[in-house]
Design a binder for this molecule. Structure first.
Ligand code: ZN
Length: 168
């Protein structure tokens, strides 16, 4: 969030948050519902655009909105926030360390529901990609940071201090 409620530059557009290679290959219509579209706009405005501005380098969306059939096709959890347009999977062009810095930038902005460091190493927090979600009613956001070590199924809680600390 910028001072005095001035919105930051717009970087992410809706097609970036709905396109999917698997959807096109399998002829799945991944057009968002009105509700999901409003959620995607809020996600872009409150989380993705500020993160991109603060990170200062390109940020890529590998998966944003997933209609139920696309979500099923990629093996997503039935309750996945991707199906409501509330979540995006992100990576940078700077490898795992870049992804880690991006996660720290999102955490520092403090507007997010869940921030997940996906497939990290066993002894570090640097993720293969970053999952972030945000509720349109931002007062409902849990501000929870989780980490999943590659090859494991278990998610563990990471504090914001821990995340910031591993950048030093
Ligand atoms: Zn995700």
């Amino acid at each position: 969030m910028t001072e005095r409620g001035v919105k930051c530059r717009k970087y992410f557009i809706i097609p970036e948050l709905t396109r999917s290679r698997i959807a096109s290959e399998r002829h799945i219509d991944n057009t968002p519902t009105e509700e999901a579209l409003a959620n995607l706009q809020s996600l872009a405005e409150n989380v993705l655009d500020p993160a991109r501005e603060a990170y200062r380098q390109p940020v890529y969306v590998s998966s944003g909105y997933r209609c139920p059939s696309l979500n099923k096709a990629v093996g997503g959890a039935v309750t996945s926030q991707h199906t409501r347009g509330e979540a995006a999977d992100l990576c940078t062009g700077d490898g795992r360390q870049g992804n880690l810095r991006l996660a720290a930038v999102i955490a520092a902005n403090r507007v997010y529901d869940q921030l997940i460091l996906e497939d990290t190493g066993r002894n570090d927090f640097a993720p293969a990609w970053v999952h972030v979600s945000c509720r349109r009613d931002t007062t409902l956001n849990r501000c929870q940071i989780l980490r999943k070590i590659a090859g494991e199924r278990h998610y563990s809680v990471v504090t914001c201090e821990n995340l910031q600390g591993c950048l030093n």
